[in-house]
Each structure stands twice: as C-alpha cells, then as structure tokens.
Design a protein around this ligand. Structure first.
Ligand SMILES: [Zn+2]
Length: 245
C-alpha cells in the first residue's frame, strides 16, 4: 500500500499545475504513514533565513508590518526543519556584517544540532555560493530528484536561485519546488500594482504606487505574483505548501 501511495505522490509532484491541486493523497508531515517513507529523494534548501530580514537593520527600516510575513515564513521553516530530520538540508546566508548576517536564532540552533551546512552566498544566485554545485551534484548522485526551497526573498534570491538551479540541473532529472509558505517577502511586495509600477519595482525603483494601481482594467499584479509567474515559466514548481515530506 505504501508503494502505491508513493507512486501517486510522485506523479502528482510532476504536474505543473500542482499548486492548484489540493493534495488529499499525501499524508501530513509527521503522520504515522509519512514516517514509513525515509526517502532520500528530496532535499531542502533555505535561502538567506537571516536576522536582517526579520529583526535586523533591514527589518527595522521597513517596520514590523512590512516584515510580518517574513517572520511567519521563518516559523514555517522551523516547523519543516523539525519535521524533516531525515531530509538532507542546506542553508545559505548573504554575508551582511554583524548580527544582521546571522541566521534566525531558532534556525541557527537546528543547523548546529544537526550539522547542517550554511553556505555563504555572494550574490542573488546560490549557484555562485562556493560548495553549492558540489552539494547538489552529490545529492543527485544519492537519489535526490526534488529540491524544495524556501527563504528570502520570494521576489529576489529565491526566484533567482530556484530558476538558476532548475536550468542547471533539469537535464539531470532534478525538479525544483518552491514552497511559498516558507518564503518571505515584504507586505508591499504582496500588493498588486499596475504594469508601469511593477516595471519600476523590477528596475529597483521604489516609489509610491500611482493612481492606476487600483484599476483592474490595466492588469494588476504584485511583485510576488510576477515572481511566481517567472519561476513557473522557467520550469520551477511553485506550491502554497509542500506536503509530501
Ligand atoms: Zn501604478
């Protein structure tokens, strides 16, 4: 019976519309059924789950309301880490100076307990982090077929890194899944806006939204929605919540 469940779960993950599918066949992580699957076919990666975004300088600059969803994403990352001690995991960090550069305290203590490696990532793409390609290739050699990603921020490093991994490792049979419940973005980046203001955001100009940003006729989209679209276009599977641990 376990095998049948496994086969059906695997076929679902390959469905590009997975995020629209409620996944009733999948046992919740931590359920007795799930514990029978000590699968090594998955890996987990958390991008830049650092204090900077939740309580540090960056967070202070924008204020608590702006970073609340990032804090919620960290809560979910902690839950997932606790539920998946059998899943090979990698964490990255951007080398911000001082306490900003440190991992979220709870995540840091789990990485220390379990000896989870934390790679320093110089730019937006994890592909440029020394040691990542070697880790990923080793995971694939050991049977990893799915890498589930979360972290910061949905519109920047998560997007860039997930697309880069999908491009680099697709030919080796790796599927990249971005779990939005573990991904953080500022409240402003969840707000829909007009195409012009979206373009300004993508050109790194952060200004107030214009009057057209409330007019549905112009086709409103938030930066997070645009990032999800781009990830999907590049072969990344994006789900609200990955349930197949
Ligand atoms: Zn606008």
């Amino acid at each position: 019976m376990g095998n049948i469940t496994l086969t059906r779960r695997t076929s679902q993950i390959e469905d590009p519309d997975l995020d629209d599918v409620d996944t009733p066949l999948m046992p919740e992580a931590g359920s007795p059924l799930n514990r029978t699957f000590k699968m090594t076919s998955k890996s987990l990666m958390l991008i830049d789950v650092q204090k900077c975004f939740s309580e540090g300088t960056w967070a202070d600059r924008f204020g608590l309301d702006e970073v609340r969803q990032i804090r919620e994403a960290y809560d979910r990352c902690v839950d997932v880490l606790r539920l998946t001690p059998h899943i090979p995991t990698l964490v990255t960090r951007t080398p911000f100076p001082g306490p900003d550069g440190e991992l979220d305290e709870r995540i840091k203590s789990i990485t220390q307990e379990r000896g989870i490696e934390c790679l320093s990532k110089p730019g937006n793409s994890v592909l440029h982090a020394v040691g990542f390609v070697k880790w990923m290739e080793e995971r694939i050699r050991n049977g990893s077929r799915i890498i589930v990603m979360g972290g910061n921020t949905t519109t920047s490093c998560v997007k860039t890194s997930s697309v880069a991994i999908a491009r680099a490792f697709r030919a080796k049979g790796l599927q990249v899944v971005v779990d939005l419940s573990m991904c953080g973005a500022r409240a402003t980046n969840h707000k829909k806006r007009c195409p012009d203001c979206l373009e300004s955001y993508e050109m790194d100009y952060e200004g107030p939204l214009c009057d057209a940003c409330v007019d549905p006729a112009v086709g409103l989209q938030s930066p997070v929605e645009a990032a999800v679209k781009e990830m999907k276009k590049n072969g990344v599977t994006v789900v609200e919540k990955f349930k197949m641990w």
